[in-house]
Design a binder for this molecule. Sequence first.
Ligand code: IMP
Ligand code: MG
Length: 181
Amino acid sequence: MENLHPDLARILVPEETIQAHVQVLAHQISLDYADKGPIYLIGVLRGAFIFLADLARHLTVPHVVDFMSVSSYGKSTESGVVRIVLDLRESIERKNVIIVEDIVDSGKTLSYLYTMLEGRNPASLRTCTLVQKPKEVQLDVPIDYLGFKIPDVWVVGYGLDYADRHRTLPYIAELKASVYT
Ligand code: IMP
Ligand code: MG
């Protein structure tokens, strides 16, 4: 393996595998939303910006791109209470909305966003995440489009970070536990 950063344990999902999954997701979304009018894609910053950029460029149906930024109180590898740091520019009332997330771990972030956006009366609301980690508790929000599941380890790359590092790696890699424990 060439020059894997010393923080990284191994490459979990190679670039080609990610890209193949992104294409499949975009194809599925394009089929589902054919003749439905533009999709309002909401990328959750900062993690989803690379995934959303690739996903959107493979869509064959009209779409609008917007972003939200949420922040959880707590340390960089813990999920906690969520608050909005940056809101949407436009109303989503009567629009077909898809929330685009990088990763779902406890599901708290997605659940918070879903409930909050549902209250703004979109025509439809779906969720799309590239990665999901296995959790014992049942999520209270549906994941309509899922790229793949990974083991319950901290991962970086393809938008995902650890303390803002390793975000722009083209693959998804497992962070060494010694880096975050
Ligand atoms: P949740 O609220 O527990 O589902 O956590 C979701 C958020 O935590 C994601 O949007 C990511 O920003 C972050 N996150 C969770 N697991 C990881 C990881 O393994 N690497 C990087 N970020 C992660
Ligand atoms: Mg995120």
